[in-house]
Design a protein around this ligand. Structure first.
Ligand code: AMP
Ligand code: GLY
Length: 422
């Protein structure tokens, strides 16, 4: 099988790494990839949302399966376009990719299918939104409708801060058209967890649970990021909760969509808040999480290529998806300045030493290979990952590996996994 993986982050490195272990996979291309992926796949210099050039490449190279990492090409309809050209792609069609592409669409679907989620209101003009905010006060959550690179959710501390957020989204339009509409919803309290499932539109197979760490600093302080580390499994998602979420969240969603003629294929990600009233859905993503994937896929025993092909072909019921009993943790090493403007082009040292350690895998995110060196090229640079018999031993080993690695301005959280250990 010839595979094309689309994307360039730590998530895509983990996907390529796992696919490369399949006996059925003879060749992997990755567009555009990164310095670490280059070691195990052939990089293709096409941006991940340049759907036309990706299609031309896949046709010319007779790609058997294209695996789409990030949301932007999915929301653009890459799976539909590949399908029309007789090519298989792992990921949802455009009509259901809107579960991530539009928070208004997503909340309305959740409401229609009776999923537990925060009460919300939709606004298409700033005056009404501001009036509502002044009436309700804080705490409250303000969300831009469309894609905003993970920055579209604001939880203001004061009404003034909230009014400013409405202006910046709807008037200054910092996220462009994504701010045509906003959602204002109730603020939920509890511990967060991510639960992802594989599905072919009928069969639903949960992946192991995980927890992301969204804030930049230890103890969940500082601004939100794309995610500073993850661990799996997440003890807050007990076996009972997992079964409950499959039954009360994923089942009604997948079945409800199918009954409307919208078959969801690929991976579906629910961001959950474990509230006193049970798990509630914060958001859906229509792709693998990043950095959750780096902590989940090392535990997958089964052949990922088989699973993905079965999702595309509607035969997931034939596949036995097995997991290692171990725990896994992935610590993100980021560039100085991230999540704001960050430094680039710093040489990274110690990758070989860390990579040689038992149970350790160093997934690259924002890196590039140049003149035999690996340089930083993004905000999140590496996901230093370790397996272990439990989260505690995985954590100790992952941080030993982090200690081997150095680049100027490197920052990372020291508390990844602590919630699970407690
Ligand atoms: P989202 O992109 O919708 O997942 O939101 C990003 C982050 O904002 C989530 O991971 C939560 O930490 C927070 N968040 C979103 N919605 C809510 C809510 N209704 N209540 C509290 N926190 C929320
Ligand atoms: N880790 C959060 C996300 O992938 O959206």
């Amino acid at each position: 099988m010839k595979i094309l993986v689309v994307g360039s982050g730590g998530r895509e490195h983990a996907i390529v790494w796992k696919l490369s272990q399949s006996k059925k996979v003879e060749k992997i291309f990755c567009a555009p990839g990164n310095g670490g992926i280059k070691e195990i796949a052939e990089l293709v210099d096409i941006k991940s949302d340049d759907v036309q050039r990706l299609l031309d490449f896949a046709k010319k190279n007779k790609i058997d399966l294209t695996v789409v990492g990030p949301e932007a090409p999915l929301v653009k309809g890459i799976v539909d376009i590949f399908g029309k050209n007789g090519l298989k792609a792992f990921g949802p069609f455009k009509d259901v990719a809107m579960l991530e592409g539009s928070k208004v669409f997503s909340k309305n679907v959740m409401k229609k299918f009776g999923l537990a989620t925060a009460d919300f209101r939709v606004f298409d003009n700033p005056e009404d939104a501001k009036k509502y905010l002044k009436e309700t006060g804080v705490p409250i959550v303000i969300k831009a409708d469309g894609l905003a690179a993970g920055k579209g959710v604001i939880i203001p501390k004061t009404i003034e801060e909230g009014l400013k957020a409405i202006d910046s989204i709807m008037v200054e339009r910092v996220f462009g058209d994504s701010g045509d509409k906003i959602i204002i919803e109730d603020c939920l309290e509890g511990e967060e967890a991510s639960l992802l499932v594989f599905t072919d539109g009928k069969t639903i197979v949960p992946l192991e649970s995980s927890q992301d760490h969204k804030r930049i600093f230890d103890n969940d302080k500082g601004p939100n990021t794309g995610g500073m580390g993850a661990y799996s499994p997440a003890p807050v998602v007990t076996k009972g909760i997992l079964e409950d979420v499959v039954k009360s969240v994923f089942r009604p969603m997948i079945d409800g969509l199918r009954k409307e003629g919208k078959v969801y294929k690929g991976v579906l990600y629910a961001g959950l808040m474990m509230t006193e009233d049970g798990p509630m859905v914060l958001e859906f993503n229509v792709r693998f999480g990043d950095p959750e994937t780096q902590a989940i896929l090392p535990k997958l025993k089964s052949d990922l290529a088989d699973i993905m092909m079965a999702c595309v072909e509607g035969t997931l019921d034939k596949i036995d998806v097995k997991w290692e009993k171990s725990s896994c943790i992935s610590v993100v090493c980021a560039s100085k300045g991230y999540p704001d403007e960050y430094e680039k082009d710093k040489e990274i040292f110690g990758l070989k030493e860390a990579g040689k350690m038992k149970d350790v895998i160093v997934f690259h995110a924002g890196t590039k290979a140049k003149n035999g060196k690996i340089l930083t090229s993004g905000g999140r640079v590496l996901g230093v990952t370790s397996l272990g018999k439990d989260i505690k031993s995985a954590k100790i080993n992952a941080y030993k590996a982090v200690d081997c690695i150095k680049f100027e301005g490197m920052q990372y959280r020291k508390d990844i996994g602590d919630k699970a250990i407690k």
